[in-house]
Design a protein. Sequence first.
Length: 759
Amino acid sequence: MDIAWFEELRKDDVSIVGGKGANLGEMVNAKLPVPPGFVVTAEAYRKFIKENGIGKKINDILTKTNVDNSTELQDSSKKIRKLIMDTKMPKKIEDHIIPSYKKLSKMAGKKEELVSVRSSATAEDLPGASFAGQQETFLNIKGVREVIKSVQKCWSSLFTPRAIFYREKQGFEHDKVLIAVIVQKMVNSEKAGVMFTVHPATGEKDKLIIEAGWGLGEGVVSGTVTPDHYVISKNNGSLVDKEIAHKELMFVRDKKTGKTVKINVPEDKADSQVLTDREIKIIAELGKSVEEHYNFPQDIEWAVEGDDIFLLQSRPITVFYGEEKEGDTVKEAGQDVLVKGLGAAPGIGSGEVKLLFSVEELDKVLEGDVLVTSMTNPDMVPAMKRASAIVTDEGGMTCHAAIVSRELGIPCIVGTKDGSKILTDGMKITVDGSRGVVYKGITKTTKEESEKAVAAAPSRIITATEVKVNLSVPDERIAGKMALIADGVGLLRVEHIILGMGRHPMDFIKSGEEDRFIDQLSNELKIVVSAFHPNKIVYIRTLDAPTDEFKSLKGGEDEPYEHNPMLGWRGIRRGLDEPDLLRAEFKAIKKLIDENYRNIGIMIPLVHHPGELRRAKKLAIEVGIKPHEDAKFGIMVETPASALIIEDFIKEGLDFISFGTNDLTQYTLALDRNNANVAKHFTEKHPAVLKLIERVIKICRKAGVETSICGQAGSDPSVVKKLVEYGITSVSANPDAVLTVRETIARTEKLMVLDKLRG
Ligand code: PEP
Ligand code: MG
C-alpha cells in the first residue's frame, strides 16, 4: 500500500505511516477537527530505496562516517541527499500519489489545492524516541509535480546531519527507520500556535498552556515569534494567567505566489490578544479531549481559519519529569544572578560557558559545558547533546532549543534576551532550568536557602547619582520593568537590532529599501523610548559593530576581511564613510522625534577626533534633527584620544559623554577585549584607565556636560564607588545589576557626606 487516507488509519499504524501520520488518522477517527489528507506510506519509501538500489549505497556511506566529526557528518549527509533527489520516483508510486492529490483538491473544490507535505519517520513521536523536527516539512505546495518533488525531498531529509547523528547516538539502526510523508490540505490561518496539555517545564498536570501568534503557525513553532501565552486551569477551564506579547512578525500566505512570507504584524494587532476568550476555551477543550483520547499529555499544533478551529498535529510530550531531586538546587541563589529567561526544560546543570554562533564551532562544546547561543538550530544538536545545560537569547516554550532540550533531558533556559552578551566564554555557571535563572558558580545547596536569597531583593532607594540601564534587545516587557527602577537608558545598542534583521543594512539601502530599514529600526527603538517616556532619557548609540559581525548577514558577503576588526572599520569611522547608512539611522530617530518623543539622546561611538562629532552632527541636521534641541547629543569616551582632548570635544558642543570602558580599557592597555589569552590583564581598574576617566569627569563637570558610563565597569560596584567619588552624573548598568549598583551608589554618597561632616 503506497497511499493511505487519514480515515483508514489508527494510532497503531506507526510502522506504516509514522507517528505523525498514525496520529492524524487517530484524530480524524476520534472526530477531532483535522484538515483532510493522505499519507505516502513508509512502504512506498522502502520500495523507492530498494528498487533503485540506493539503499546499499546509503549504507556504505554511513558505515564510513564518524558522526562526531562535524565535517564528515555534513559531507555524508550531502552525498546521500543528492543521491535520493537525483533518483527518479518509480512510476508505480507516482500513479498513486497523483490521483490522491487530485482527489484532495477536488474535495476542497479546487483544481489544485495548496497542501503541506510533511515527513513522518516511522519511529517518530513515540514517547522516548521523538524525531520531532528532524525531518523536513514543505508548505503551500501546489500541483502534482511539486507534490512529488516535495515527497522526495522529505525522503531525503531522513539523512540530514542531525537526523543521522540522532539515530546513531540513540542507537537506532539507520535502515530500520523509514519515512512516510503526509500530504494535507493547508489551512490558511489567521491565528495559530501550539498547546501543551500539561505545563511543559514544571509538569503540572492541572494546567494547560496555549501559545498563540498571528498568521500561520510557523512563527510560533519555530520560535521566531514571541507568542501570547495563556495558562488555563484544566479543572474549571478558567484562564489562570495570560501574557500578551508584543508580536512583531507573522507568517502569511502570499496571495500571488502561494508561498509563506514573513511580514510585520499590523500595528493595531501587534499588542492585542490573539485569541478571544471563547477561542481559548474551545482550543483548551479540544486539548483536553485529545489528551483524554490518548490518555497521555499532548503537544498540539492548532490553527484558526475563519470560524473553523483545526488541530494540525498532536504528539505525546516527551519530557521526563521529576528528575530534579528534592533539595537539589543552587547555592546562594539570587546573590549572583547573571541572566534570567524562560525556564524551558527542568533540572539543574553546571559547567563552563561555551558561546556558539555557527555550526563550524560545534567542536568547541565539550562534554559538560553550558552551551550559550542566540538560538539553537537543528544542526547544533550534536553539541547540544554534549552540553550540561543550554541558554539562549531568543525563543519561547516551543522554540527549537526548548523542545530538543526537554527531550534530551538537558536543563534549558530560553528567551534570556541578552544571555549570550552577559555570559562570556569560560564563565562557570549554574543553570536552573526550572526557574529560568542562571547563577554564577557551580555549587549546589538546599532549596530553602535559595528561596530566602531570592526573597531578599533590595527596595527602591533614591540616589543623587542617577542609575540607568543598558539595553540591547528592545523588549517591551523588560523595558517596562526597567523603566520602573532605572532613571533612563544609558546605552541602547542599535547593532543588536540591525544585526537581528538578518540582512546587511547596506543591502536594504542599495536595493532601494531604505524605508523598510528605517521603519524597522524606528519601531524597535520606539519600544524602549516609549517605555521611558516622558522624562527618562534613552541614549541611542549609532551603529558600532565590527566588520566580522556583518559577515553572516544576507548581503554581508562583501564585508572586508580585517586582521583586527576591533581596531578596524567600526563605530563612527564607518558611519562617516557610509553616510547613507548613518543618515538612515538618524532618520529612524527623526521619526520618533516627529512623534514627539523628546527623551532621546544620540550617542556617537568610538570617536577619536572632534571633527567626527562635527560631521556626525552635520548629517543629523541634514535629516532634520536639531542637535541639543530635538535630542541630546553626546559621545562615547572610549578611546584614550577622546579622553585626552575632551576639552576640544566640549568646544564642539556636547550635552553628555558616556564612558565605554570596554573599549577604553582595550585601547589604553593595548589588550584585545575578545582575546582570551590576554583576558587576565584586562581590568578597568588599571590606574591609567581610571586616570583618564577622572580627568574627563572633572573637566566635564566644570563645563556642565553630563557624564555617564555604559561599559561593563558600570555594573561593577568597586568601580562604581570610584566613579561616584569622581563626580559622575549617572551610571548605566546591566539590567540585573541596576539594584546592586544603586545600593553601592547610595552607600558611597552617604559615606562622602559623612566624611565631609566629620571634616
Ligand atoms: C564599551 O566599549 O564599553 C561599550 C559600552 O561599547 P561596546 O561594548 O558596545 O563596544
Ligand atoms: Mg565600545
